[in-house]
Design a binder for this molecule. Structure first.
Ligand code: CU
Length: 471
């Protein structure tokens, strides 16, 4: 917890403030709990319960868990909606809206049957509310502006009180100027543990939100009117290589929970083996009905929990399978030059576009190693180094690190996996290879392509280079 400024909250529950006594009714809520705030974007250690039923607390990827206090039999939390600066990866800060110093906000964690009282202070320039996504709450606690409550005006604090009806995976987010407030990063996870400590227990339980932003190169504030064409596809408002590794001990039973608050679906793919889908928005799936997968599609507004035993040591990629979602800031209008002889075409293009730099005719993998000048506060499109060079990824990507001999509760990055002898791909240096079998009737090999270079100011063909056969 070293990165958290606790500002008065001493532990995860059990703290009774001096000078207060049990009083009933509305005045029981008098005396706001302090609002702790996170200052670093690295993954914080889980917060073990110090009172009530035991549970295995969750680890919020590049995030943290909100401390609480007990007041009588109420578990009290304090969320502060406010502008924040979020480091999305080293080299890029986004100016977002969030809760308690970060976007996403801290994970709220409690136990089935708990009475929770959540104070929400609004330090935004406009009204907000909080909706407890998936929770069965009294209607007046549902947080829908205009429908179930007035907006919380700037500077005011509202109180939400409800009893947690079931265990499972939930989220929270505003239901007030939603398009702007969610595009600015206002959201968080809400995990409810079973009352029976043995029920559905795992050794490591990771949570993160799938979220996205459109932040122009060199800018800091997201364009809130973008619906789908985002350029920052995030796990918890972080992009690779800024996303921490998911560290587990070989043999551990592991759970990962995802919630999707973007406007498109994300098929989350986990390398290294298969898993079971064990939880959906509506709760836990009976063991007999859990289905095996290697990717789980998380639709808009959905939560999914997956579980597996980490029996395969190594560094395994965990990522969204939409390949545009494992990229950082990229220009979607860049043309495809695969197969184009840019050496011959580039001089023609430079006549109409001085300074034009030809690239992409052999694919774009090399771009991850090119040191191109970028605008301030802009990340390369694909980056992040592994032990064998650039990983050529960005966005929704991180690494599941399965290692033997970790201590329980040790989440520190163990470094890169050392492959045992004879277990890694290698270059063939033996006899020359015979011609491989090819699909029949394919005709001629692909033609090399040239470009017709058109000066848009003149609207006529400035130059044309004819294609030729590539023998
Ligand atoms: Cu995706």
């Amino acid at each position: 917890m070293s990165h958290l400024s606790r500002r008065g909250i001493l532990g995860a529950g059990g703290l009774v403030l001096a000078g207060t006594s049990m009083i009933s009714g509305r005045t029981q809520a008098a005396g706001l709990p302090e609002a702790p705030s996170a200052t670093k974007a690295t993954t914080q250690p889980p917060l073990h319960p110090t009172s009530g039923p035991d549970y295995q607390p969750v680890v919020t990827l590049n995030g943290w868990t909100l401390p609480w206090r007990m007041k009588g039999d109420w578990k009290e939390f304090h969320l502060v909606a406010e502008p924040v600066v979020r480091e999305m990866a080293p080299g890029m800060n986004a100016h977002l809206w969030g809760y308690n110093g970060q976007s996403p906000g801290p994970t709220i964690e409690a136990v089935e049957g708990d009475k929770v009282r959540i104070f929400v202070t609004n330090r935004l320039p406009e009204a907000t509310t909080v909706h407890w996504h998936g929770q069965a709450v009294p209607n007046g606690m549902d947080g829908v502006v205009g429908l179930t409550q007035p907006g919380i005006p700037p500077g005011k604090t509202f109180v939400y009180e409800f009893v947690l009806q079931r265990s499972g995976t939930f989220m929270y987010h505003p239901h007030s100027d939603e398009m702007v407030q969610m595009a600015m990063g206002m959201m968080g996870f809400f995990v409810v543990h079973p009352r029976d400590p043995a029920e559905r227990r795992v050794d490591r339980d990771f949570v993160w939100l799938l979220n996205a932003y459109d932040i122009e190169a060199g800018a800091y504030v997201p364009k809130v009117n973008t619906m789908l064409d985002m350029n920052m596809w995030c796990f918890n408002s972080r992009v690779w290589p800024g996303i921490d590794p998911i560290v587990v001990r070989q043999g551990d039973k592991v759970r990962m929970r995802f919630g999707n608050l973007t406007m498109t679906n994300h098929p989350i793919h986990v390398h290294g083996g298969d898993f079971k889908v064990t939880g959906t928005d509506g709760g836990w799936i009976d063991v007999a009905a859990q289905w095996p997968e290697v990717s789980v599609d998380v639709a808009v507004g959905q939560m999914r929990a997956i579980e597996f035993t980490a029996d395969n040591p190594g560094d395994w990629a965990v990522h969204c399978h939409k390949s545009h979602h494992t990229m950082n800031a990229m220009g979607h209008s860049v043309r495809t030059y695969l197969g184009v002889n840019l050496k011959r075409t580039a001089p023609q293009i430079r006549k109409v576009a001085p300074g034009y730099m030809p690239m992409g005719s052999n694919g774009m993998g090399m771009m991850s190693e090119m040191k191109m000048p970028l605008p301030e506060n802009t990340l390369p499109m694909m980056t992040g180094d592994g032990p064998f060079g650039s990983v050529e990824m960005g966005g929704m990507f991180t690494v599941l690190k399965v290692r033997p001999d970790l201590a329980a509760g040790d989440y520190r990055d163990p470094g890169w996996y050392k492959h045992p002898e004879g277990t890694q791909t290698y270059e063939w240096t033996g006899d020359p290879m015979p011609e491989p079998a090819r699909a029949p009737n394919t005709g001629k090999r692909a033609r090399e392509t040239d470009l017709r270079v058109v000066d848009p100011r003149k609207r006529h063909v400035a130059s044309s280079v004819h294609g030729h056969e590539n023998h």
